[in-house]
Every structure is written in structure tokens, then in C-alpha cells.
Write a protein that binds this ligand. Structure first.
Ligand SMILES: Nc1nc2c(c(=O)[nH]1)N[C@H]1C(S)=C(S)[C@@H](COP(=O)(O)OP(=O)(O)OC[C@H]3O[C@@H](n4cnc5c(N)ncnc54)[C@H](O)[C@@H]3O)O[C@H]1N2
Ligand code: MOO
Length: 487
């Protein structure tokens, strides 16, 4: 068994202990990763790290080890939902820029202003069917060879339809003034010899006519600011007279991948592994509406990291790895050296608890530090980067939704868990639900690759049949369309 496997096993064993019968806050049970006190004196606290694994004095089953003094001012990890809220607030902090984008470049952007109709829709009374425009009660006489077609301006012969007459009309053609109704061609009897049209069906005034302004009047608000420009919004905007849309520019994101052990190609060898995050984060962040630069692979080089942070002109820098306190984990020391403000420094969530959110300077970019373990990085992406980007892009937060979970899902003793799930339709009268997926250890992507969401599992776990909050993945149907999502 590799070290990683052993670590996963330890995590799963710890989680298996939980399932409702051991919900006491007991850090000694936490084999998923011991707790790093979060404050500015991280190095000082490393000296106390060995003590963090031991039972607290209130533990009903204390270990025989002596209890060390607690660190002076430990900053607890933020609860998961608070961390999400801090990130969302950080994203909404500044005024939004507005650009006017031609329709063919606006897909996936967020509307900076409401879309107000520039015209009535339809902009004239329109035939909804191919058939006959008629005036008054039938039968109606018609003039051979005269047809009203879509796209043709007002016909002098048919600008007004006299009572008792009919004119051939195509779907989308403007109806002449005084038209009572349109008779569909399949409902009309045409007596060519007498140039007479009749119908056996009752004729309702206005039938198959789309009156001007039926869908909207000029100036009506069609969709609000904050709407993501989908293909349908593009169609509506074009119909309503727009050539360009007022949009919030995409937030620019630099992706910095840290780690000397990472290979950009080929098979793992000699202790080196493939970088799984570089290829994943660019498309994922684009799917969240960002314009992405990178991945820039910096190795474990504090100076390269400092240089990349100070020279970035992005709105958000996303780093991967180096968030913990190993000898080459440079994120915290470099942020401290730059005087960055830590808005979130550790979150009570598994996987991903070392994730962090910082602001490099009061008007500088934000930085989301994703832990290196790949599923932990996904957790940080959804907890911190997604709400932050939603704010920067002017996109309203998605309403949280819940779904039934089929199967008991073990919880962490005191932290939230994010567990890959897949939506399943209820069979034989059963309700739609989500099923948790295996291979959900912090270093694994096998579960999330098969998932369409992450279940937010509260501390202690949930029983089968419980409703849990679901975070959609960007490729799940409920999420906004963005151009180049998978390119
Ligand atoms: N003493 C402690 N050690 C660790 C703790 C802790 O609380 N105390 N937390 C553990 C947890 S939980 C996580 S998550 C990781 C976070 O570590 P870092 O953010 O510093 O990440 P690294 O140490 O650089 O890497 C961790 C792991 O992930 C692999 N990795 C990194 N980058 C990539 C990548 N781009 N693609 C694929 N795999 C990657 C790396 O090789 C390591 O195996 O810290 C624990 N340790
Ligand atoms: O449990 Mo860590 O947060 O591996 O992700």
C-alpha cells in the first residue's frame, strides 16, 4: 500500500466511525488531517503541531499523553458556509466595469444592465399561420395572384382589407389594417372559379394574428441585470433590436501551479506525478465565467511565487498546493511577506481544510489558495473561487437547493464534508435523488469525474433519505452556459 492509500484508508476509517454515533467534537478522531492553528504566527505554531492530535481536556476518554498548553491565539477554521459567504462578499466589494460587446462575443458574460426592449415585439400585427387574412364575416372574395409575404413592406393593394374580402398571407407577414382573423390554409375552402374563400369552422376575431406588442412593448424590461448571456438571451436580444450588449467583463484569473514533483506530460516516475490541476482548473474557471491565463507551473520556488503575485494584473490569482506547512509550502510565508490580508485561512470542510482566501493589497487582486490534494482543490474552488468569481462577474449567487440522498453518508466528526454525487431519476414511483460516489478521498479525482454535483454533508453525516444541499458542477444542466466550457 502506498502512503497515499494508507492516508485515504485512515480518512475512510475515521469517517466510518462517525455516522451519527460519535458526533462529539473530538479532534483526536480527526485522522483526516490534524488541525493547523490559523494565525499569523504559523511557524511558531508548527512547534505545537504534534500536540494538536491529542485529546482536549474535555474528552471523555483522554489519552494518557500529557496535554500541552494550547497555542496563544489560535484562529479557528471558518465554518464552510461562512467561508463561502466571505468569498461572495469579497467578490461583490467593488463597482462593476461595463463593456459593450457585439452579440457574437457576448455569450457567457453577465448583463451589466437590464435588457430593455428597443422595439415592440412583434413590431407589427403579424399572421401566425399560412392561410388567408379575412375581414368581416365570410365567405370572402379574393384577388388572384396577390399574396402577403413575410419581410415585404406594406402592400398598396392590401394595406387595408375591405369587409368581405380575403388575401393570401404567409406566416410572419404583416396583416393589413382591418383584418378580422387569419384562416389557416388547411381550414379554408377555396373556390377558384368564383375567387371565393370560405370556412366551415367558426371564426374568432383575432385568431392566428399576433398583435403588435404581444410579447413586449418598447422599453419593457426583458431580463434583469446579472443575467448570464445564454444562446436564448442572444436570440432575444437580437429580436429586441440589439447589436451589442452591456456586459461585465470576464474576471481575469491567473492559475499558478506549485510543486516540484509535478510533470506536465508522460507517466509518473521516480516519485514525480502528473499535474492533475493545471489541465482541470483552466476549463473549470472558464466555465465559471473567467478569462484564464495559465497554468503557470512555478515549482516550489518562493521567489518565483512572490514574483508571479506581484507582477500579476489579474483580478484573481488561484494557486494550487503549498497551503499547508511543509518545508516547501510557500503560500503563507509569501503572503505574509507581501503584507496580504487573509480573509479566510482554513475552512472546516473535508477535503480541503487548508484552503485560503487573501487580498494582496487593499486594491490588489484576490488570491484563492487551493490545497494540492486534487479533490481538496475542487473543494476550495467551489467554496471560495466560485462565489468570489460570481461577485466579480456580477452574477447573482445561485440559490442553494437540496436533494434526497440515497445511502447513508458518513460525516466528519466536526467539519462539513463535500462528497461527489450523481443525480438519478426516481424509478417505479421513487423520488429523484442523488447517489454518493466512491473514490472520494482528498487525493482522488475518480469520484468527481463521474459526478454532476457535490453533496454538502453536515458534521456527523446523514442517513439515507435525508435532503442535503447540492453544489452543481458547471457542466450539470442547471448551471450557466459559458463559451468554450470544455475547450
Ligand atoms: N502537518 C500537516 N500536513 C498536512 C495537513 C495538515 O493539516 N497538517 N493537511 C493535509 C491536507 S488535508 C492537505 S489537502 C494538504 C494540503 O497541502 P498543500 O496545499 O500544501 O499541498 P502540497 O503539499 O503541495 O500537496 C499535497 C498533495 O497533493 C499533491 N499535489 C499537489 N499539487 C498537485 C497537482 N497539481 N496535481 C496533482 N497532485 C498534486 C502533492 O503531490 C501532494 O501529494 O496537506 C496535508 N498535509
Ligand atoms: O483533507 Mo485535505 O483537506 O486532503 O483535503
Amino acid at each position: 500500500m502506498t502512503g497515499d492509500d494508507a492516508e485515504e484508508l485512515a480518512v475512510e476509517q475515521a469517517l466510518a466511525l462517525v455516522g451519527g454515533r460519535n458526533r462529539a467534537r473530538n479532534r483526536a478522531d480527526d485522522q483526516a488531517g490534524d488541525q493547523v492553528p490559523r494565525n499569523e504566527n504559523r511557524r511558531e505554531h508548527q512547534n505545537h503541531r504534534e500536540h494538536q492530535n491529542r485529546s482536549e481536556p474535555s474528552d471523555p476518554h483522554p489519552t494518557p499523553h500529557p496535554t500541552p498548553p494550547a497555542p496563544a491565539t489560535p484562529t479557528p477554521e471558518l465554518p464552510w458556509d461562512r467561508a463561502q459567504a466571505v468569498a461572495a462578499r469579497a467578490g461583490r466589494g467593488g463597482p462593476l466595469a461595463v463593456v459593450r460587446l457585439p452579440l457574437d462575443r457576448a455569450l457567457g458574460h453577465v448583463l451589466a444592465e437590464p435588457l430593455a426592449a428597443l422595439t415592440d415585439l412583434p413590431s407589427f400585427d403579424t399572421s401566425a399561420m399560412d392561410g388567408w387574412a379575412v375581414a368581416g364575416p365570410g365567405p370572402w372574395t379574393y384577388e388572384e395572384g396577390v399574396s402577403l409575404l413575410a419581410g415585404v413592406g406594406e402592400s398598396p393593394t392590401a394595406a387595408r382589407l375591405p369587409d368581405g374580402t380575403a388575401v393570401r398571407i404567409a406566416t410572419g407577414a404583416r396583416t393589413p389594417a382591418d383584418t378580422t382573423a387569419v384562416i389557416r390554409s388547411e381550414h379554408a375552402q377555396v373556390d377558384e372559379a368564383r375567387a371565393l374563400v370560405s370556412t366551415r369552422r367558426p371564426v374568432v376575431t383575432g385568431q392566428d394574428i399576433r398583435p403588435r406588442g404581444q410579447e413586449c412593448r418598447s422599453g419593457d424590461r426583458l431580463v434583469p441585470a446579472g443575467t448570464v448571456v445564454t444562446p436564448a438571451v442572444l436570440g432575444l436580444a437580437a429580436a429586441a433590436g440589439y447589436d451589442a450588449l452591456p456586459a461585465v467583463p470576464r474576471p481575469r484569473v491567473d492559475v499558478l501551479v506549485l510543486g516540484d514533483e509535478l510533470l506536465a506530460a508522460g507517466l509518473p516516475h521516480d516519485g514525480l506525478i502528473r499535474d492533475a490541476l493545471g489541465p482541470m482548473l483552466g476549463p473549470w474557471l472558464r466555465a465559471l465565467g473567467a478569462e484564464v491565463s495559465g497554468p503557470h507551473r512555478l515549482g516550489d520556488d518562493a521567489e518565483a511565487l512572490r514574483e508571479a503575485l506581484t507582477s500579476s494584473d489579474a483580478d484573481l490569482i488561484v494557486t494550487t498546493g503549498g497551503t499547508a506547512s511543509g518545508p516547501v509550502d510557500h503560500v503563507h510565508p509569501v503572503l505574509a511577506a507581501l503584507g496580504a490580508e487573509l480573509l479566510v485561512d482554513g475552512v472546516a470542510v473535508r477535503p480541503g481544510h487548508p484552503m485560503l482566501l487573501a487580498r494582496l493589497s487593499p486594491d490588489g487582486p484576490h488570491l484563492v489558495g487551493l490545497p494540492g490534494n486534487p479533490l481538496a482543490a475542487v473543494s476550495g474552488l467551489l467554496t471560495l473561487a466560485e462565489p468570489l468569481l460570481a461577485g466579480l462577474a456580477g452574477r447573482p449567487a445561485q440559490d442553494a437547493y437540496r436533494a434526497l440522498v440515497h445511502a447513508d453518508v458518513p460525516g466528519h466528526p466536526h467539519d462539513t464534508r463535500l462528497v461527489p454525487v450523481v443525480h438519478r431519476a426516481g424509478r417505479a414511483g421513487g423520488r429523484d435523488h442523488v447517489a454518493p460516489l466512491r473514490y472520494n478521498g482528498p487525493a482522488m479525482l475518480r469520484g468527481i469525474a463521474a459526478a454532476d454535483g457535490l453533496a454538502v454533508v453536515p458534521a456527523g453525516g446523514v442517513r439515507s433519505g435525508t435532503e442535503v444541499e447540492i453544489l452543481d458542477l458547471p457542466w450539470a444542466p442547471a448551471t450557466p452556459w459559458t463559451e468554450g466550457c470544455f475547450t
